[in-house]
Design a protein around this ligand. Structure first.
Ligand code: MN
Length: 308
């Protein structure tokens, strides 16, 4: 069934419609949330509520509500770009009577009453595909949000997973006439703290005996450069595309634990993420560690996946 058949029916059955993304929202998560918001408002005349943590760089998209501020007793919840119920920006959503999951990650937790799960290059692509198939009006505002998610999750249409369908959908969005260069310069803008942080990352990056690149961003560094969790993730760009080092991993202090982000150039490493209690895509995944003492163990495990 098309996502918007479900949405059109369920918004009429419930007192509110709530769109939620994952914790530490990225471009795909916020693009999916606001893309859906505009599609629903423009086509069905109701305004859904968006819930997520505040994040300044996406303020230009519009307003949203903090986790914990919404009553889910009679809500229709649309959860976007979020593979497991624990990763939701507001895990209490699970008490809602009707839940639609729209996601592009590997399927590990089909927590929805309805689950639209396809392994496309972004969640925004799925939402755009469903809207196109349903023949909905796609405004420039809706298209801009969805295009933003497609651009950011694909490294400007450069990562594996981009195919002709991705570009076809992006082309249809572009045709609505939003100001694409203005959007790109807005989302690519970096502040001086971030640039100085990246300079430090180039210096601090480590190489294991097996050739795995790794970097640990401590709380002290995070405080010094005033880094938000998504700014810390930009350190991944420092380790990407280094000849002879197709596997890289970023560790960072976050809320008293260590956030781990695994990446590789076409080598399946998600099993390492799963082994340490995480998950994600085959070549882009994550986990959480309880102590920095486990970093060496993770790096060693990844070494087993290095090509000889
Ligand atoms: Mn995504």
């Amino acid at each position: 069934m098309n996502a918007f058949e479900i949405i059109e029916r369920e918004i009429a059955r419930h007192s509110s419609t709530v769109i939620i993304g994952h914790i530490q929202p990225d471009g795909d998560c916020m693009g999916s949330s606001f893309g859906l918001f505009h599609l629903i408002r423009d086509n069905y005349g109701i305004e859904p509520i968006i819930v997520n943590q505040p994040i300044q760089r996406f303020d230009f998209l519009g307003e949203w509500n903090a986790p914990g501020s919404v009553d889910y007793t009679d809500a229709f919840v649309i959860q976007v770009d979020n593979s497991t119920r624990e990763r939701s920006a507001d895990p209490s959503f699970i008490s809602a009577p009707a839940i639609l999951k729209i996601d592009h990650h590997l399927v590990v937790d089909s927590y929805g009453s309805w689950n639209i799960e396809r392994q496309t290059s972004s969640c925004c692509q799925i939402i755009a595909e469903e809207a196109i198939e349903a023949g909905l009006v796609i405004s420039p505002m809706a298209a801009q949000a969805l295009y933003m998610g497609m651009v950011t999750d694909t490294g400007r249409f450069a990562y594996s997973g981009v195919d002709e369908r991705t570009l076809e959908v992006a082309s249809l969005l572009l045709a609505t006439g939003f100001d694409m260069p203005a959007l790109i310069s807005r989302i690519e803008m970096r502040n001086l703290d971030t640039v100085r942080f990246l300079a430090q990352c180039y210096n601090d990056m480590q190489i294991s005996p097996k050739g795995v690149l790794w970097l640990y961003v401590t709380q002290e560094t995070i405080d010094r450069f005033h880094l938000s969790p998504d700014m810390v993730s930009q350190a991944l760009s420092v380790m990407r595309d280094i000849e002879g080092h197709p596997i890289f991993v970023l560790f960072a202090d976050l809320d008293g634990r260590i956030r781990v982000e695994f990446r590789s150039d076409r080598i399946r490493i998600v099993d390492v993420a799963v082994k340490f209690g995480g998950g994600g895509h085959p070549c882009a995944c994550g986990a959480r560690l309880d102590s920095p003492d486990m970093i060496a163990q993770v790096v060693e495990e990844l070494g087993k996946y290095m090509p000889n």
